[in-house]
Write a protein that binds this ligand. Structure first.
Ligand SMILES: Cc1cc2nc3c(=O)[nH]c(=O)nc-3n(C[C@H](O)[C@H](O)[C@H](O)COP(=O)(O)OP(=O)(O)OC[C@H]3O[C@@H](n4cnc5c(N)ncnc54)[C@H](O)[C@@H]3O)c2cc1C
Length: 320
């Protein structure tokens, strides 16, 4: 059996000092849902575990930032995440089980850097930046620069992911994360797709029952004549490359264009051409590429729907 020391510091400073004392041969542990598996599999043999669970500085969650130590369950219940960061809310509602969400953290999900990490694509489309602290100082980088490869990040030895800085989005913006899995719960995605779209107008909200019940593709057709444009777009894909990636050509092709069903289908194709999935036990490469096309298309439609039908005025709950 492996044995290691265990520490539960109360501050970032204390945690960072402990890591220096162990000459970076300790491991930080938040919820432990990945770390303990790695220890069990002998992939990780730390001299000590330094728990981040008592550190209040990592628990902050407000309109501008989310602490690395915030659990998925807290995010699921957070009104700001529910209202303004829909893609992230979709992800945390479908991550693991309630038991996992109660302890596992967003910082742990990102630092593990699995290509399948459910919060990665939503945070990428929400333009998240990460604040990293070490015993020698603090730095801030784009999340896109943080992912280096499977299990590899820009995190340097002894650094702690303190928080995610998130932009504010207005009511012209809708975002979504679609997790495509073999079963409804406790499964990693075959692929995951997140989309954020900001429209050029905010006067497109449904005002009558017809708009509330018609398919969004039909509503888009009506708006086409009125030049409803995409002002800004982000598309991110998980499990289609060694790291979660953005479909930058697809984003560029969508930005500034009048929205139509035809355009949305083209964007799906461009995103699929930017993916480089591989065969795995969860799905074959050809299938993943096909599904990127389908889900990017669906994700764009759904993001638009969230602007057009933002509240449960007509729909008592979101249907898809
Ligand atoms: C049964 C089960 C189901 C799961 N289902 C899913 C799923 O559906 N989707 C999904 O994406 N994941 C899933 N996971 C994986 C896991 O739960 C998540 O990745 C989780 O978010 C990890 O968070 P944690 O706090 O438990 O991380 P930990 O295990 O504590 O840490 C993970 C890694 O991150 C480092 N770390 C943690 N916090 C910080 C920080 N603030 N700064 C620096 N380094 C840090 C640790 O040192 C470690 O290397 C599942 C795991 C299990 C066991």
């Amino acid at each position: 059996m492996l044995s290691y020391d265990y520490h539960k510091p109360d501050s970032l400073k204390e945690a960072l000092e402990l890591m220096v004392q162990y000459k970076n041969e300790a491991a930080f542990i938040a919820g432990g849902t990945d770390v303990m598996v790695q220890i069990e599999q002998r992939k990780l043999k730390p001299k000590a575990l330094i728990s981040l669970r008592n550190i209040a500085e990592l628990k902050r969650s407000d309109v501008t930032g989310i602490g690395g130590g915030v659990t998925h369950r807290q995010l699921q219940n957070d009104p700001i995440v529910q209202k303004e960061l829909s893609a992230l809310h979709d992800a945390v509602c479908n991550l693991g089980s309630t038991q996992i969400r109660n302890v596992a953290t967003i910082g742990g999900n990102i630092c593990t850097a699995a290509p399948s990490a459910d919060t990665a694509c939503p945070l990428l489309v929400l333009d998240a930046r990460v604040v990293l602290v070490s015993a020698t100082g603090e730095r801030e980088i784009d999340l896109d620069e943080f992912f280096v490869g499977p299990g590899k990040t820009a995190l340097q030895k002894g650094e702690i992911l303190k928080e995610f800085r998130i932009r504010r989005f207005n009511e012209k913006t809708g975002s979504v994360y679609i997790k495509h899995t073999r079963r409804a719960a406790m499964d990693l995605p075959i692929i995951g797709v997140a989309v954020r779209i900001s429209l050029n107008r905010n006067d497109v909200k449904c005002r009558d029952a017809l708009c509330a019940t018609e398919p969004i593709s039909k509503i888009m057709g009506y708006f086409e004549n009125e030049e409803l444009k995409c002002e800004d777009a982000r598309i991110a894909m998980g499990v289609v490359a060694p790291r979660p990636i953005r479909a930058k050509q697809a984003e560029a092709s969508l930005t500034g264009k009048v929205l139509s069903e035809k355009l949305v289908a083209e964007i799906g194709e461009i995103a699929a051409s930017e993916s480089s999935p591989r065969d795995s036990v969860r799905g074959e490469a050809w299938y993943r590429r096909e599904m990127v096309q389908v889900l990017v298309r669906r994700g764009i439609m759904k993001a638009i729907e969230r602007v057009v039908r933002p509240e449960a005025v007509f729909y008592p709950e979101r249907l898809w």
